[in-house]
Design a protein around this ligand. Structure first.
Ligand code: SAM
Length: 284
């Protein structure tokens, strides 16, 4: 783990935990996570960095954060969620499809006892998704009225096809407070929206080709149009936020499988870049 990663995680640990202990914990958690889900973002140590704080609209989230109830949707180990807790949110909850990631988050931060009711498993695509998330929220904070003030979506949309992106944003938009609820996040995007097509010559695995071919990348304009259709009183998306993080010292290509390198490689050949987005739910 490089020093940037250590600086990024340092505020989330008490002073009694040394930098070398943090580095050791990250190595342990990374190995355990890779054994279950061999994702490039975990292999590359990207899970230890906060992109939310680099989003140009994050100050809007910080404004009045002490009164905000926040949801980190598709939270993986919940690093962003814990940063938002540290930034003073009234309450932060998080969910992920993979229970392993939730458990590894508790292990990394040693906060299972305090946070067990705030992190849970859920799948954007099950019929009971909204009821399930609302029930969890109401159990922890009945005064919320079943609405979050902020929902954060970090690196989730670019994993999905076009219909799935629309489903996620529609469902999420119903869970943020009408009139004031904010949706913020980042996703890979393309200047011209379209499916993530893998050049034939570079496809070495059928499974990889199928997975990639089923992913859709929005442009800033198409994502804004989708958000406005939800409807949102404000909708922004652009590439200008400094959200692309260079491969860090941790991104050891020698430790990555050929498939991981391929994924990184063809994403870059299509000219995709990370874009930030931000929307406010319209009043009903
Ligand atoms: C690339 S990771 C991003 C993690 C984190 N949000 C971040 O910004 O670092 C995508 C996450 O979405 C989760 N995910 C994928 N499909 C999901 C689904 N259908 N429902 C909920 N979470 C899902 C994955 O398990 C994974 O943790």
């Amino acid at each position: 783990m490089d020093s940037l990663a250590q600086i990024s995680l340092r505020p989330l640990f008490p002073a009694s935990v040394s930098d070398s202990e943090i580095a050791q914990k990250v190595e342990t958690i990374r190995s355990k996570a890779l054994a279950v889900h061999n994702y490039p973002c975990i292999a590359n140590y990207r899970f230890v960095y906060s992109r939310a704080k680099r989003n140009q609209w994050y100050p809007q989230v910080l404004d009045g954060i002490a009164n905000k109830v926040i949801l980190d949707a598709g939270c993986c180990m919940g690093v962003e969620a814990r940063h938002m807790m540290r930034d003073g949110a009234k309450l932060v909850m998080g969910f992920d499809l993979a229970e392993t990631f939730i458990d590894l988050g508790f292990e990394l931060f040693g906060d299972r006892a305090q946070s067990e009711n705030k992190f849970f498993t859920a799948d954007f695509f099950t019929d009971d998704f909204e009821d399930r998330v609302r029930a969890r929220l109401n159990a922890v904070d009945p005064s919320s009225g079943g609405y979050f003030d902020v929902i954060f979506l970090g690196s989730v949309l670019h994993l999905m096809n076009q219909a799935q992106v629309a489903t996620i944003l529609t469902r999420v938009s119903r869970l943020v407070r009408p009139g004031t609820g904010q949706i913020i996040g980042h996703t890979l995007g393309l200047p011209v929206p379209g499916p993530l097509v893998t050049p034939e010559a570079r496809v070495r695995s059928e499974a990889l080709a199928q997975r990639a071919g089923d992913r859709y990348l929005h442009s800033p304009a198409s994502l804004e149009a989708l958000l406005r259709s939800l409807p949102c009183s404000e909708a922004h998306a652009d590439f200008s936020a400094p959200l692309d993080m260079a491969m860090t010292a941790g991104a050891r290509p020698d430790q990555m499988s050929p498939e991981q390198i391929l994924v990184e490689g063809f994403i870059k050949t299509r000219g995709s870049r990370m874009m930030g987005f931000y929307a406010v739910r319209a009043a009903v």
